[in-house]
Design a protein around this ligand. Structure first.
Ligand SMILES: [Zn+2]
Length: 168
């Protein structure tokens, strides 16, 4: 099932929850629906509401400052718009700029979206060694950006502009 984005009362992205959890928060009046899926409804014995895509908490929640966005393969693909960092075509894999065998890690700055052919061609080499310059430099999304990234590209495109302005 799809995830629902949860905003703080101040409109900052906080987290994602399951659709069912989001409905419970709305029914308990802990959150309001900011945006719903256009063609999806949640129906139950006493319920018939549009499936929430974005909810906002009624009360402000204080959250500890998150310095780093959690890394994920999916996040890298969405950050890079599913475009290969080496040729610009559609990317389905994640390439380590500095290969893991050379000590490169699973980090935002060391990973880029890559098509399968380029990933295979680059193999166990750095871009310099392979003669495959990066079309763009990887960057570290903010925690709020990463939250949006977890929703995936389709949902991201359907979110209001003001919410996604800072996301990749
Ligand atoms: Zn490519």
């Amino acid at each position: 099932m799809r995830d629902t984005l949860v905003l703080n009362a101040s409109f900052e992205p906080l987290s994602t929850v399951t659709l069912n959890r989001a409905v419970v928060l709305v029914l308990q009046s802990k959150a309001v629906v900011e945006q719903a899926h256009p063609e999806l409804r949640m129906r139950g014995a006493a319920v018939d509401i549009p499936a929430p895509r974005v909810i906002r908490l009624r009360r402000y929640v204080r959250v500890p400052f998150r310095r780093q966005a959690p890394w994920s393969r999916r996040g890298v693909l969405v950050r890079d718009g599913h475009r290969c960092a080496y040729c610009g075509r559609r990317a389905t894999t994640v390439d380590h700029v500095v290969p893991r065998s050379h000590g490169g890690g699973d980090t935002w700055l060391n990973t880029v979206a890559s098509c399968a052919e380029d990933n295979h061609r680059k193999a166990d080499r750095t871009p310099e060694q392979a003669g495959m310059p990066l079309l763009r430099q990887p960057f570290e999304p903010t925690p709020a950006d990463a939250m949006l990234l977890t929703l995936g590209r389709d949902d991201l495109g359907a979110l209001p502009d003001w919410l996604t302005r800072s996301a990749a």
